[in-house]
Design a protein around this ligand. Structure first.
Ligand SMILES: Cc1cc2nc3c(=O)[nH]c(=O)nc-3n(C[C@H](O)[C@H](O)[C@H](O)COP(=O)(O)OP(=O)(O)OC[C@H]3O[C@@H](n4cnc5c(N)ncnc54)[C@H](O)[C@@H]3O)c2cc1C
Length: 338
């Protein structure tokens, strides 16, 4: 059994899409279940908390991370035919999300097109039930395999057990910090099932036939126009969740002006970017951190620190609360704040 390379005081700056200058007390990258067990044994022997890391595109490393950061780099993909011209595809956690979306389209396995170009890896996708352009992971999700950090046991959880919600799952709630996800199984279609009800997508497609390839390309084009590339302008995508409000609260917002989308439960999702924009933050800089000039939901790091970024986030939250009475919730997970 080869021994796992565990580094002390490892820089995480190149491993988070905000490029924040944080370090891990201990760090290792694992490529197999065996290496995960070695990492967990090390953490147990040294009483270290374990923090899973994928592509680092939904983590705000506001300070250094104590304990052992485990980057899940397991690779591999397998498929099995399912009923009704469907196929169940199992992806290892370290596979890159967008590359897998493209691979599936090439194989004639459809359903993921609307989720093109979301940064990050497969293993993190269930954590916040990633979603975009009218589709969420939970629409296609079958099950996942994970290793219990406390016991080292492998478990399988189905869709119901994952308790998916809007940018939410049991892994952000009752099972927070409990599991390392190793594999994700999705059920995809062998015949195209276009989902084009999302207004910006429908508009961009116009009257062209919405093939899966065209939907994928169109989503990529819209995203490239709207969102800065983290490689050029370090960011974590949406910094705040879009608040979901009852009708009475929406009315107070002068509903004719605030962009809002009806939800299945009768409430309305309101565009957080609009709220932030109304408070005058779009394009504003505070030292080396800023609010993106075209998309007020995106905070950009131009060489600043986690503390500077969190100060700007708090300033935005306070301004939106004062003007609209709405508490904006931060979407990515915060680390190193204690
Ligand atoms: C430009 C940009 C655009 C984005 N657009 C979208 C979007 O449209 N929709 C959307 O939903 N999200 C979006 N995101 C957020 C992000 O891409 C997703 O949340 C993605 O799933 C994060 O993947 P990751 O591998 O980078 O996760 P990480 O940032 O590495 O981790 C995120 C969380 O999951 C945990 N985690 C990671 N891997 C595992 C694992 N294998 N097992 C257990 N826990 C794990 C981490 O500890 C952390 O708490 C965007 C981000 C950026 C930078």
């Amino acid at each position: 059994m080869s021994s796992l390379d565990i580094q002390a005081q490892a820089s995480l700056q190149d491993l988070n899409s905000l490029a924040l200058p944080a370090s891990a007390e201990y760090f290792c990258a694992v490529t197999s279940v065996e290496e995960i067990q070695q990492a967990l044994a090390f953490a147990k022997a040294n009483s270290l908390q374990v923090t899973p890391l994928g592509g680092g595109s939904n983590m705000v490393m506001a300070g250094d991370i104590k304990g052992l950061v485990v980057q899940l780099n397991l690779r591999g993909i397998s498929s099995a035919a399912a009923k009704n011209n469907q196929v169940e595809v199992t992806f290892a956690a370290g596979e890159n999300w967008h590359q897998m979306v493209q691979h599936c389209i090439q194989q004639g396995w459809y359903g993921l097109e609307n989720l093109s170009l979301i940064p990050g890896n497969m293993g993190a996708a269930p954590i916040q039930n990633i979603g975009a352009y009218g589709v969420e992971l939970c629409d296609l999700f079958v099950s996942l395999q994970a290793i219990d950090i406390g016991t080292g046991e492998t478990v399988e959880l189905d869709r119901e057990q994952c308790e998916f919600g809007y940018r939410d799952s049991i892994f952000k709630q009752a099972y927070r910090d409990r599991f390392l996800i190793t594999h994700v199984c999705l059920r995809l279609f062998q015949h195209p099932q276009p989902r084009i009800e999302y207004p910006a997508l429908a508009e961009a497609l116009g009257d062209r036939t919405p093939t899966p390839e065209l939907i994928g390309e169109t989503v990529c084009r819209i995203r490239q126009q709207k969102l800065p590339d983290p490689v050029q302008l370090p960011n974590v995508g949406s910094f705040f969740k879009n608040p979901i409000l009852p009708e009475s609260a929406l009315k107070r917002l002068q509903s004719d002006r605030a962009p809002h989308y009806p939800q299945a439960d009768g409430r309305y999702k309101v565009a957080a970017a609009w709220l932030i924009d109304q408070c005058g933050f779009r394009g504003l800089s505070r030292g080396a951190v800023s609010v993106h000039e075209h998309q007020a939901l995106v905070l950009v790091n131009n060489g600043g620190t986690g503390a500077e970024l969190m100060a700007l986030a708090a300033e935005i939250q306070n301004a939106v609360a004062a003007k609209f009475g709405i508490e904006l919730e931060i979407e990515p997970r915060l680390y190193g704040t204690e």
